[in-house]
Design a binder for this molecule. Structure first.
Ligand code: NAP
Length: 286
C-alpha cells in the first residue's frame, strides 16, 4: 500500500506528511512524498518515508512518482489560472498507477458564479476528478487563517483595517487543521469516497470582527480602492486583484460556509483566528 502526497515540500504538503507519519497505525514505509525538490524532504526520508521527484508540468516524471499508488493527496499548485493541465496530468497518472482514492485541495463552493479568482481552476479540477473513474475526496479548504497574520500586523501598525468584504463573513481555517484533515483522509478508508468536505474554521468572521481582533479601526472600501491601497503598499497589481476577488466572494456570500468537517475528520475542534494570531505572537484584542 502507498499513501502518496504531492507538493510535499510546500507548507500544507509537508505538514500533512508529518501528521500522517505521526498517525498511529500508519507505517512510514507506506508513505510516499512527491515533490519537485526531494532534497527539501531529507528529514522525512530519515523518518522512513519514500521521497520521489514529481513535477506536474513534466508529464514524464509522473508515472514513477505515482507508481504503486493506493490513496493519493493532490495538493493544488500555486500557479493560479495555469494549473489545470498539471492537475489533470497528475489525476491521470494516479489513475493509471491504480489509485483507489484521490483527494484534492479545493475551495468551498467553486460554482461558476463564485468571483474568487481561484474558483475556476478548482471547479475544473473537481470536474476532472469526477470524470476520472477513481473515487475522489474534495478537501474544500477555506481561506487560510495564517494569511491574517501579516494583515493583522499591518492593521495594528496603521490603526486601520481596510477591506472590501462589505458585510460578508467567512470561516478562516488554519493550515494545521487543513493538514490534519488531509492526513485523516489518507489514513482512513472507503468512508471518504466521493465526499466533498468544507474544511473551515469554527467561526464566521466579518470585517468588523477582524478589525476588533487586530485592535484597529474598520475601514470598508470598494474593490478598486482596495486594489489601489495594496498596490500603493507595494503588492503587484495581479496579486492585489487576486486578494480583492476573495473580498468580493466573501461580500457576495460565496464563502460563508462553516462546517463541522474538521472536527469530524480529526476529532479535534478547529483553531480560531485568534489562536493562530496568538501563536504567531500577534496580540489579539478579543
Ligand atoms: N486556502 C487558502 O487560503 C490558500 C492560500 C494559498 C494557497 N492555497 C492553495 O493551497 C495549496 C497549498 O498551500 P500551501 O500553503 O502549502 O502553498 P505553498 O507552500 O505555496 O506550496 C505550493 C505548492 O505547490 C506545489 N507545486 C507548485 N508547482 C508544482 C508543480 N509543477 N508540480 C507539482 N507541485 C507543484 C508545491 O510542491 P513542491 O514545491 O513540493 O514541488 C507546493 O506543494 C497552494 O498550492 C494553493 O493551491 C490555498
Amino acid at each position: 500500500m502507498s499513501l502518496i502526497i504531492t507538493g510535499a515540500s510546500g507548507h500544507l504538503g509537508r505538514r500533512t506528511a508529518e501528521l500522517l507519519l505521526d498517525t498511529e497505525g500508519v507505517d512510514a514505509a507506506d508513505v510516499v512524498l512527491v515533490t519537485r525538490t526531494p532534497s527539501r524532504l531529507d528529514d522525512l526520508a530519515a523518518r522512513g518515508a519514500e521521497v520521489r521527484r514529481g513535477d506536474f508540468s513534466e508529464p514524464s516524471s509522473l508515472p514513477g512518482a505515482f507508481a504503486g499508488a493506493t490513496r493519493v493527496l493532490i495538493v493544488s499548485t500555486d500557479v493560479v489560472g495555469e494549473r489545470v493541465p498539471g492537475h489533470e496530468a497528475a489525476i491521470a497518472a494516479a489513475r493509471d498507477a491504480g489509485a483507489t482514492l484521490i483527494a484534492y485541495t479545493s475551495i468551498p463552493n467553486p460554482v461558476p458564479e463564485n468571483p474568487a479568482a481561484v474558483a475556476a481552476d478548482h471547479r475544473a479540477t473537481e470536474e476532472a476528478l469526477r470524470a476520472s473513474s477513481v473515487a475522489w475526496t474534495f478537501l474544500r479548504n477555506a481561506l487560510y487563517a495564517e494569511y491574517r497574520i501579516p494583515e493583522a500586523r499591518a492593521a495594528a501598525a496603521s490603526g486601520t483595517f481596510h477591506h472590501n468584504m462589505g458585510a460578508g463573513r467567512t470561516a478562516y481555517v488554519s493550515r494545521e487543521d487543513c493538514a490534519a484533515a488531509a492526513a485523516a483522509v489518507l489514513a482512513g478508508g472507503d468512508e471518504h469516497a466521493n465526499k466533498a468536505y468544507d474544511i473551515t474554521g469554527p467561526e464566521l468572521l466579518g470585517g468588523a470582527d477582524l478589525a476588533r481582533l487586530y485592535g484597529a479601526q474598520e475601514a470598508p472600501v470598494d474593490d478598486e480602492a482596495f486594489v489601489a491601497g495594496l498596490v500603493a503598499a507595494g503588492l503587484p497589481e495581479a496579486a492585489a486583484r487576486l486578494l480583492a476577488s476573495f473580498g468580493q466572494a466573501i461580500r457576495e456570500g460565496y464563502l460563508d460556509q462553516r462546517s463541522g468537517d474538521v472536527e469530524a475528520l480529526t476529532g479535534r475542534a478547529p483553531r480560531r483566528v485568534a489562536d493562530v494570531l496568538a501563536a504567531a505572537g500577534v496580540e489579539a484584542a478579543a
